[in-house]
Design a protein around this ligand. Structure first.
Ligand code: NAP
Length: 548
């Protein structure tokens, strides 16, 4: 193991700190990886762009930001003491509470001391002569480590549109993932929100009660369903704490790591009354049940999904007073559940309020942002604030923003220019000792993410432990392992319902001009199957890797 102080003094260039491992990011993945490396006795340094821990839950502090997974299924599962100590307040925790939770974790497991905050890694290069990674931050800090692990998140590289005149706007404007830390008072203000994905939906339903007037700029509507959130009662708290093993066990068995599992009947095996009764029940229940807890085939074929899609469309019609407006909010180009379903609280009712307008960008596209507001062919509207809820450059976006160079000066971005090539979504040939937690081709993005984060981190820690125990220097996948895993990912993507529609998941994602090729970047075969692949690999002594 490396003693950073001693090695720093010993090195020729003593400004380069030496570690066993460097972790990029101190979100939920990075934090757990730091903890596991600490526990294993490795010297570890994490570099985090933000000034605090939490990643997604640090940056996304917009009003309404909260989990769409049940809180008690989302927290870390690795510490019984933590599980018993922490009380989730709501079934779906809001960002401020989640950020508090993650700060508690950082303190309780003493990981803060190993994080360099306000530090963005701009480059990482593998030094073949030393078998070590050298990183450099924006501020010129350099550090070297045997292992480099990224925990940069699949949805952290936020994207802004490129409308003419955006810089001219005199009011306040920002992306939801860069919401100001200081409280913004929207009382008496005119606010525009652009984007109606899961983020836009959460902001809109809060903003309608904060601003004097809200204008929503929608390009394509999304299918949304009720979150049905609520406070956790004392009795529920007691029950939750007593049943954590069952909760996590359930999550382990389901395709997406959620506590909801599909009804194993076919939608065609029940009467229309029975079918609608299940939809009604799920619509009234908390969380993703209506999406992933419905008849199993509703997530498999368009025909099976049609009745659920019709059911949700009618629910939307029933919740919006103006029928023409309701039609604008109902997607017509894809079925319910074929994109990530935003969960909502009175989202549709927001459009019944007098202080809300919807601008349909398919009818009247934005021509420019002016000093005072937004101009479409229907005219100019004036605003005090413009909020961009315009999404992310997904999955590979945050990795591509770092200049990562492997063997023979190969750039990761170049290697992946036609789509990622990985083994198990965790390593790529030519990039030894480099691991991508929740990386492309990994099941974790399509997962109740902390459940899959824990699996990723534990698997990587075991492999690193194997390397250290056997005094091994370098690990990278065999080319044939990478080829077969990449084929497996693409094959699983081909049959996924997500692949047939346009969204950040299918690669046809208009958030990112120039990055619109239909390619499934995440493993859609399900978390249990993915875990099985990983376990098989470690069980055969990492035979799919070249280790020396
Ligand atoms: P998103 O789903 O990609 O939505 C971006 C929105 O911005 C879309 O409505 C898109 O319209 C619109 N947009 C993008 N560029 C635009 C432009 N130039 N002009 C006008 N509109 C534009 O992003 P997101 O809402 O941030 O959500 C991303 C993912 O984050 C979610 O799918 C989810 O996985 C995660 N998330 C999770 C939670 C949670 O757990 N509670 C909350 C929020 C987000 P088009 O549809 O027409 O492209």
């Amino acid at each position: 193991m490396t003693d950073p102080k001693q090695d720093a003094a010993a090195t020729a260039d003593n400004t380069i700190q030496q570690y066993d491992a460097i972790v990029i990011g101190a979100g939920m993945a990075g934090m757990y990886q730091i903890y596991k490396f600490q526990e294993a006795g490795l010297s570890v340094r994490a570099f985090e762009t933000g000034s605090g821990v939490g990643g997604t839950w640090y940056w996304n502090r917009y009003p309404g930001c909260k989990f769409d997974s049940e809180s008690y299924s989302y927290g870390y599962s690795f510490s019984e003491e933590l599980l018993q100590e922490w009380n989730w307040k709501e079934h779906f925790s809001r960002q401020p509470d989640t950020e508090r939770y993650l700060n508690l974790v950082a303190d309780k497991f003493d990981i803060r001391k190993n994080i360099e905050f306000n530090s963005r890694i701009k480059s990482a290069k593998f030094d073949e002569s030393q078998n070590r990674w050298l990183i450099e931050t924006d501020a010129g800090i350099k550090a070297s480590a045997k292992y480099l692990v990224t925990g940069v998140g699949p949805l952290s590289a936020h994207t802004m549109p490129n409308y003419k005149g955006m810089d001219n706007f005199k009011g306040g404007s920002w992306h939801t993932a860069r919401w100001p830390k200081e409280k913004v008072d929207f009382t008496g203000k005119r606010v525009a929100v652009i984007g109606t994905g899961a983020t836009g939906v959460q902001v809109i339903q809060e903003m309608v009660n904060m601003a004097e007037h809200l204008t929503v700029y929608q390009r394509n509507p999304n299918w949304c369903a009720p979150l049905n959130n609520g406070l956790i009662t004392d009795q529920e708290q007691t029950d939750i704490k007593a049943s954590y093993p069952e909760i996590f066990d359930k999550c382990k068995q389901t395709h997406g790591g959620f506590i909801h599992s599909p009804d194993m009947r076919s939608v065609f095996d029940v009467t229309p009354e029975e079918r609608d009764a299940l939809y009604e029940k799920l619509y009234a229940e908390k969380g993703f049940g209506i999406w992933v807890g419905s008849f199993y085939d509703t997530q498999m074929t368009e025909e099976a999904n049609q009745s659920r899609t019709d059911f949700i469309a009618n629910k939307i019609r029933g919740r919006i007073n103006d029928p023409a407006l309701a039609e604008k909010l109902i997607p017509k180009d894809h079925g319910f559940g074929t994109k990530r379903v935003p969960l909502e609280t009175n989202y549709y009712e927001a459009y019944n309020q007098d202080n809300v307008d919807l601008v349909d960008l398919r009818e009247t596209p934005i021509e420019e942002v002016t000093a005072k507001g937004i101009k479409t062919k229907a005219g100019e509207l004036e605003f005090d604030y413009i909020i961009y809820a315009t999404g992310f450059d997904p999955v590979t976006g945050a990795l591509n923003r770092i200049d990562i160079t492997g063997r023979n000066d190969l750039k990761l971005k170049d290697k992946w220019s036609d789509g990622p090539l990985t083994y198990l979504g965790l390593q790529s040939v030519g990039f030894p000792n480099f691991f991508t937690l929740v990386g492309p081709h990994n099941a974790a993005t399509l997962c109740n993410i902390p459940r899959c984060i824990e699996q990723n981190v534990e698997w990587v820690t075991d492999l690193v432990g194997h390397m250290e125990k056997n005094d091994l220097k370098v690990v990278e996948p065999k080319p044939e392992s990478e080829k077969s895993w990449t084929e497996e990912v693409l094959a699983a993507g081909e049959v996924s319902p997500f692949m047939k529609v346009n969204s950040w998941l299918s690669g046809i994602n208009s958030n990112v001009p120039g990055k619109q090729e239909r390619s499934f970047q995440v493993y859609a075969g399900g978390a249990p199957k993915y875990r099985e692949y990983c376990d098989t690999e470690s069980g055969k002594n990492y035979d799919g890797f070249s280790i020396s």
